[in-house]
Design a protein around this ligand. Structure first.
Ligand SMILES: *[C@@H]1O[C@H](CO)[C@@H](O)[C@H](O)[C@H]1NC(C)=O
Ligand SMILES: *[C@@H]1O[C@H](CO)[C@@H](O)[C@H](O)[C@H]1NC(C)=O
Ligand SMILES: *[C@@H]1O[C@H](CO)[C@@H](O)[C@H](O)[C@H]1NC(C)=O
Ligand SMILES: *[C@@H]1O[C@H](CO)[C@@H](O)[C@H](O)[C@H]1NC(C)=O
Ligand SMILES: *[C@@H]1O[C@H](CO)[C@@H](O)[C@H](O)[C@H]1NC(C)=O
Ligand SMILES: *[C@@H]1O[C@H](CO)[C@@H](O)[C@H](O)[C@H]1NC(C)=O
Length: 194
């Protein structure tokens, strides 16, 4: 009985740590989405809706950048046309169950901001070369992910060439932070019911 209790406690602690980590990280992302949508509202454009499939791709890209330092030639300071082209891009797509045919019109926008300072992050999107994408009515959705000092926004469209629909109807369980969150809540509920 005693060992059961301590293992239950460790399990709860572990889940709580995951939960807290998740909350902190998704705050950065939610703030940015809200800020971008205020910017769009000021231009009379529709709000970008959250797209989990695009967020999965954003996570893959952020993971590639996370160890690079911020300089005046990285992120939103990149000279257009000189962005990184990832050799493993097809693998990122297949990891997220995405097809090149319906992600072609998407827009990938990485930014590097020390400690992801919220107002600097927002300005890196609304006051940089990226503003030309944010003020474009073509885009209707966004997936956001962050790693270290890097935050990546992937814009989606409502057309078939930018819908980011997965070929299996879903990105699968573990790729979606929202689903992961609900799964953890479900696990916690199970533990309390024991
Ligand atoms: C947005 O719409 C309002 C009301 O229709 C109009 O007064 C305003 O000038 C528009 N702003 C822009 C940036 O188009
Ligand atoms: C970037 O920074 C380097 C050194 O810090 C400087 O020499 C260069 O002029 C800067 N470039 C731009 C585009 O600001
Ligand atoms: C991607 O889409 C194309 C055209 O719709 C289709 O031929 C191809 O089989 C799809 N690939 C995957 C992995 O679903
Ligand atoms: C983007 O963030 C950097 C910090 O990495 C900051 O120095 C720069 O001013 C920001 N760019 C814009 C356009 O706000
Ligand atoms: C969108 O932004 C681009 C680049 O900043 C600018 O040239 C263009 O005039 C803007 N369009 C609208 C509708 O605000
Ligand atoms: C895109 O589709 C979503 C959901 O179907 C809808 O809410 C939104 O208004 C559409 N946006 C545009 C720009 O068509």
């Amino acid at each position: 009985m005693k060992s059961f209790k301590s293992s239950t406690f460790l399990f709860l602690l572990f889940q709580a740590i995951i939960l807290i980590n998740h909350q902190v990280r998704s705050d950065d992302e939610d703030n940015l989405l809200q800020g971008m949508n205020k910017y769009r509202a000021s231009l009379n454009l529709t709000a970008l809706t959250k797209n989990d499939n695009a967020a999965c791709l954003a996570e893959q890209i952020a993971d590639q950048y996370k160890d690079q330092p911020c300089t005046n030639t990285t992120g939103s300071n990149t000279v257009p046309g000189t962005e990184n082209n990832f050799a493993s891009y097809p693998e990122f797509l297949s990891h997220c169950h995405l097809n090149i045919t319906n992600t072609r019109d998407g827009q990938i926008m990485p930014a590097c901001v020390p400690d992801l300072d919220p107002s600097l992050v927002l300005m890196n999107f609304t006051k940089s070369q990226y503003s030309g994408n944010l003020n474009d009515s073509t885009y209707s959705g966004a997936g956001i992910a962050s790693e270290g000092n890097w935050i990546v926004v992937v814009l989606t469209t409502n057309s078939s060439s930018g819908s980011f629909e997965t070929y299996e109807g879903s990105t699968g369980f573990i790729y979606s932070p929202n689903k992961l969150y609900h799964f953890i809540m479900f696990l916690l509920a199970c533990v309390f019911l024991l």
